[in-house]
Design a protein around this ligand. Structure first.
Ligand code: HEM
Length: 428
């Protein structure tokens, strides 16, 4: 579990619709049954909360922002943040994405004689996009400290200990005490970022998410975010947004690098398109094959490999008994590779997502979750991943530099066990 949560799923989870086991006397259910998933995530979500272990692991970075808040507080945060991610802001965000993607391509082209580490490149790009779309600030100054904090945290204190699972949230585990230090460093870092952003004079029209969030008002009460609430919100959106999208981009490049026919299809699709910031959002609907590759990547390597809930009270979820305190695992990693829900689940086949293909079962494909707590950044993430992939393929032929195997590991997100190298050849 600590080293690679993906290995904790037993083989039968990929065949059966429900697998139950017991963990220190508490019932754990791996749930693949569509009716059960619908019940928990859509029909009766009030009966299910995030687990103490999830809260402990993510709270130092995400505080009480949107992802970890619950109940009335969550409702307030969600309706306040939602307008910033509405469809009408996508052209604004797509412009930021296109600019940052172009800068990355230029940087990579400058050293394309050498094999490239595209995991680091995509994580940096995703952070740059999160930073510029959020703050209109280049993240160069903050990137080393921010990435260092995240990397050290996920490799160490971010991993759960047994006590994280067993102790009630009100009692700090020994790791919680150490995590408080990380929390202080993280809040201080975001305090500095927000302070720099605030001294920049605001323009009349909102130009980034920070403008939208700092002027956001609860539609019901008119209340703005408190200063601490704003830090948590910004930290949540940056951390949840860049870690996931960066790794999704990496996996898409890893997959197309070994599928020359798919790559040629994408190259033909983007060849005559202008992917610059002014036209980026208009040409998105034409990136049909590129988007299908992104969706297929999110199937094979869903960055959020598991959605965990704990029942508050006894329940019946589509015929599955869930006792109070029981844990339910709804795992995109398992669902997306389930042998009864997909034909040839291990095969990379973007055609599954082309227009005209029969759509997957609504609950068999959940890269962004579903229901009231569905990912608020889903549309942004799809826009970003599609545009960046298109920009990369337009610039380069991409190959894996060698045949060494790569192991996906689940620690917070689905990551490769090491950063593999790629060979890039300019198409121009
Ligand atoms: C490929 C990229 C992404 C993936 C795979 C992903 C996945 C997910 C999933 C599965 C959830 C639901 C968790 C649950 O129900 O427990 C979620 C929630 C969330 N995501 Fe994403 N996400 C991505 C990108 C983003 C981006 C770009 C942002 C923000 C800029 C973002 C912000 C959030 C937030 C704030 C929540 C919590 C929503 C709530 O609880 O109301 N995510 N994400």
């Amino acid at each position: 579990m600590r080293e690679n949560a993906l290995l904790a799923f037993p083989p039968e989870a990929f065949e059966e619709d429900v697998v139950c086991r017991s963990f220190f006397g508490r019932r754990q259910i791996i749930l693949n049954r569509p009716a059960g998933i619908q019940h928990i995530l859509i029909d009766n979500p009030e009966n299910y909360r995030r687990t103490p272990a999830t809260m402990r692991m993510l709270r130092p970075l995400l505080g009480n922002g949107l992802l970890l808040s619950q109940g009335e507080d969550w409702k307030y945060q969600r309706r306040t943040v939602a307008p910033a991610f509405a469809s009408r802001t996508m052209p604004l965000l797509a412009g930021h994405v296109a600019r940052a993607a172009q800068a990355t391509v230029t940087k990579l082209a400058g050293c394309s004689a050498q094999p490239a580490d595209l995991l680091t490149a995509m994580q940096s790009l995703a952070l740059e996009i999160a930073g510029t779309s959020m703050f209109s600030l280049a993240m160069d100054r903050y990137r080393p400290e921010l990435r260092d904090l995240i990397t050290r945290y996920t490799a160490g204190l971010g991993r759960p200990s047994l006590l994280d699972f067993l102790l009630p949230l009100a009692i700090p585990s020994p790791r919680d005490l150490l995590r408080r230090r990380v929390r202080r460093q993280w809040v201080a870092l975001f305090g500095r970022i927000i302070a720099e952003r605030r001294v920049k004079a605001s323009q009349a029209a909102p130009r980034d998410l920070f403008d939208l969030l700092s002027t956001a008002r609860d539609p019901e009460t008119g209340a703005p975010f408190s200063p601490e609430g704003l830090v948590d919100q910004v930290a949540t959106l940056i951390a949840a947004g860049h870690e996931t999208t960066g790794v999704a981009l990496f996996w898409s490049l890893w997959l197309v690098a070994a599928a020359p026919a798919v790559q040629e299809l994408l190259a033909a699709e983007v060849e005559s398109l202008d992917l610059g910031p002014d036209t980026a959002s208009e040409i998105l609907p034409r990136l049909v094959h590129t988007r299908a590759v992104v969706q297929e990547t999110l199937r094979l390597y869903p960055p959020a490999f598991i959605i965990v809930r704990q029942a508050r009270a006894d329940d019946d979820a589509g015929g599955v008994r869930v006792p109070a305190g029981g844990m339910v695992f709804i795992s995109p990693w398992v669902l997306h590779r389930h042998r009864r829900l997909w034909s040839q689940p291990e095969v990379f086949d973007p055609a599954r997502f082309l227009p005209g293909a029969s759509p997957p079962n609504r609950f068999a494909y959940l890269p962004f979750g579903v229901g009231p707590r569905v990912c608020i950044g889903a549309q942004f993430a799809l826009t970003e991943a599609t545009l960046v992939l298109a920009t990369m393929i337009k610039a380069f032929e991409i190959e894996r530099a060698n045949g060494e195997p790569l192991m996906p590991i689940g620690i917070v997100t689905t990551q490769p066990d090491h950063p593999p190298l790629f060979q890039l050849r300019s198409r121009h």
